[in-house]
Design a protein around this ligand. Structure first.
Ligand SMILES: *Cc1c(COP(=O)(O)O)cnc(C)c1O
Length: 392
C-alpha cells in the first residue's frame, strides 16, 4: 500500500506517467486533430464514449489530460478541463449553467472582461445579471430568486482585493439550488481549496500563476463528480479546447508553483509593508494585511497570499504618478500577471463597479511582486517615489 502523500509531493507527481511516454518525465506535446480507428467497431465504440480516452483532438490529447490531472490535484477537484484562455474558462462555465430567462448573481468586483461578458453577451441571450457587494456574505440569500441559477464569486476581488465569505455564500446558493462558480486565479488553487469551501466550479486563468512565465494563454475549469460530465460535454460542444503547447507549458509551470508562489508571497508582503510605511500612501489592499476588507475571512479560509495587491495613494496628480510609472527599472507595465517578473499599473476601480461605490483617490496602483531580489525592487520603488513626489 502506498503511504499518503503530502501536498507538495502530490503536486510534483500528479498527472505524471513516464511509463506511458517511453520514460520521458513530462507528457510530450501531442499535436492531434484526427485520431484513427482500425475498425468500424472500434470507431463506433469510441463515438459512443467520447470522454473515454483519446477520441478527437478537441476532446483532448495525452498532453491536455496530463495537465488537467495535475490541475485537478492542485484545486482538489474531481476533474479539470483545459481551454484556450482564462476568459474562455469563465465563458464556458457560465454558459454551461445558464439559459434564456435565467438570473445570474455576479460579484461587483469581478474581473472586468467577465463583467463585459455579462453585459454584452449574456444580456443579449436573455440572461439577467445582478451585481452584488463582495462583502455580502450570507446576505446573498436576499438577492436569490427562483430563476437564479448561478452565483459567481471571485475572491479576492479584481483591483480592490475584497475577500468573500465563500462558505456563507455557497450555503445560501445551494439552499436555493444555484451553482457556485469561483474565479480562483489569485490563489492559483494553491492557497485556497475551493471544494472544501462549497464551490461547485473553480475557474482559473492558468495564463497567470499556473503557467507562471508570461508566455502562454490557458484556462482551466475544475469541478466535482456531480458536474464533470456536463461541463466537459458543454465545453467541447462550444468548441473550446487548449493548444497542446500551452498545456505542456501549464504542466511544466505547475511543477514549480509551490516554490514560486512562496517567493511571490514573500516579496509581495515585503513590498506591501514598504508601501504601508510611506506617508504618500493612503491604504494598502493586500488580503494578508488588516486594512484589506475581508482580511479576517482570508485568515480563516486561505493558507497564503500570492503576489498581486493594490495601493491607494494620497491625492497625487496623475502626471506625477505617470512619471513614477514611466521610469521604473524593474516594475514593468502590462496587463496580466503571475509571471516571474514584477509589474505595476495604474488602476481606476471606481468606474468598474455598479452595485457598490468606491471612494478613494485615483489613479491607484496594482502591483505584481515578481521574483527579483527584494532589495533591488525596493531601491527601484524608492527612486520611483522621488519622481512621484516631484523630486521633493
Ligand atoms: C487574467 C484573468 C482572467 C482572464 O484570463 P485570460 O487567460 O487572460 O483570458 C480571468 N480572471 C482573472 C481574475 C484574471 O486575472
Amino acid at each position: 500500500m502506498k503511504s499518503p502523500k503530502k501536498r507538495a509531493t502530490r503536486l510534483i507527481h500528479a498527472g505524471s506517467d513516464p511509463a506511458a511516454f517511453k520514460g520521458a518525465v513530462n507528457a510530450p506535446v501531442y499535436r492531434a486533430s484526427t485520431v484513427i480507428y482500425p475498425t468500424v467497431a472500434a470507431m463506433e465504440k469510441a463515438s459512443n464514449n467520447p470522454l473515454d480516452g483519446v477520441f478527437y483532438g478537441r476532446y483532448g490529447t495525452p498532453t491536455s489530460f496530463a495537465f488537467e490531472e495535475a490541475v485537478a490535484e492542485l484545486e482538489g477537484a474531481d476533474s479539470t478541463i483545459s481551454v484556450c484562455s482564462g476568459q474562455a474558462a469563465i465563458t464556458a462555465a457560465l454558459m454551461a449553467f445558464l439559459k434564456t430567462g435565467d438570473h445570474l448573481l455576479m460579484v461587483d468586483t469581478v474581473y472586468g472582461p467577465t463583467r463585459k461578458l455579462c453585459d454584452r453577451v449574456l444580456a443579449g441571450v436573455g440572461v439577467e445579471t445582478t451585481y452584488y457587494d463582495p462583502l455580502i456574505g450570507a446576505g446573498i440569500a436576499d438577492l436569490i430568486r427562483p430563476e437564479t441559477k448561478v452565483v459567481f464569486t471571485e475572491s479576492p476581488g479584481s483591483l480592490t482585493f475584497e475577500i468573500q465569505d465563500i462558505p456563507a455564500i455557497a450555503a445560501a446558493a445551494h439552499a436555493a439550488g444555484a451553482v457556485v462558480i469561483l474565479d480562483n486565479t489569485w490563489s492559483a488553487g494553491l492557497y485556497f481549496q475551493p471544494f472544501d469551501h462549497g464551490v461547485d466550479v473553480s475557474v482559473q486563468a492558468a495564463t497567470k500563476y499556473i503557467g507562471g512565465h508570461a508566455d502562454a494563454m490557458l484556462g482551466t475549469i475544475s469541478t466535482t463528480e456531480e458536474y464533470q460530465k456536463h461541463l466537459r460535454l458543454s465545453t467541447v460542444g462550444m468548441g473550446y479546447c487548449a493548444a497542446p503547447d500551452s498545456c505542456f507549458l501549464g504542466a511544466r509551470g505547475l511543477r514549480t508553483i509551490n516554490v514560486r508562489l512562496a517567493r511571490h508571497q514573500r516579496n509581495g508582503l515585503a513590498l506591501a509593508e514598504w508601501f504601508k510605511a510611506r506617508p504618500e500612501v493612503a491604504r494598502v489592499l493586500h488580503p494578508a494585511l488588516p486594512d484589506c476588507p475581508g482580511h479576517e475571512i482570508w485568515k480563516r479560509d486561505f493558507t497564503g497570499a500570492s503576489g498581486l495587491f493594490g495601493v491607494i495613494l494620497d491625492d497625487i496628480p496623475k502626471q506625477q504618478v505617470d512619471a513614477m510609472l514611466d521610469g521604473f527599472e524593474y516594475f514593468s507595465m502590462g496587463y496580466s500577471w503571475g509571471g516571474f517578473e514584477s509589474l505595476m499599473i495604474p488602476m481606476t476601480p471606481a468606474s468598474q463597479r455598479t452595485a457598490t461605490t468606491w471612494d478613494a483617490p485615483e489613479p491607484a496602483l496594482r502591483i505584481h511582486a515578481g521574483q527579483e531580489d527584494i532589495a533591488d525592487l525596493i531601491a527601484d520603488l524608492e527612486r520611483g517615489f522621488v519622481r512621484l513626489t516631484g523630486g521633493n
